[in-house]
Design a protein around this ligand. Sequence first.
Ligand code: ADP
Length: 183
Amino acid sequence: MKLMLQKGTVIWMLGLSGAGKSTISNLLEAQLQTENIFSIQLDGDELRKGLNKNLGFSMEDRAENIRRAAETARIMAEKGIVVICSFITPLNAHRTIAREILGEMYFEVFIDCPLSVCQQRDVKGLYKMAGNNTLKNFTGISSAFEKPENADLVLLTEDQTPQQCCDHLYAAVSSRVTSLQLT
Ligand code: ADP
């Protein structure tokens, strides 16, 4: 889009809680800023505070969570914004929903980290709660997570630093997000 001097796209980060989606998204956003590329982050926690606050964690509600997120991302990306989405997106069916809504704008990134490492990190203390059953329907513990088969990029966060992961990601998406030149 000429006003934005950039092309919109959607970088869809998926993976278990604690895998590193938000950490890498923050780094990517900072990197894009240095290139004068405007991006917006959308994530599950944020959307569930407002737009999606009537949704729970059944598979139907998770699908609806993803549908609304993808529709929101579509509106922004069509206006030239780089949208970085961080959603667990646990089932292949959920990824299909996002891919169908976003078409060619959709770039899927699997933030891959073993469940045991996510549990050790336990950034938000949720694995502990899921383990002692005070939190139900928790992905990886009491709710399914299917390993993605069609991701455009896989980032292994167990043995790399967040910055290394961000560097791989930026290299993979840079052609999609390059600023347009004024003619
Ligand atoms: P998510 O958004 O997927 O729930 P977070 O980004 O909130 O996960 O948490 C990931 C945690 O793992 C952070 O504490 C981060 O510092 C740590 N971490 C260690 N290595 C990596 C890596 N390579 N990429 C991303 N996060 C990492």
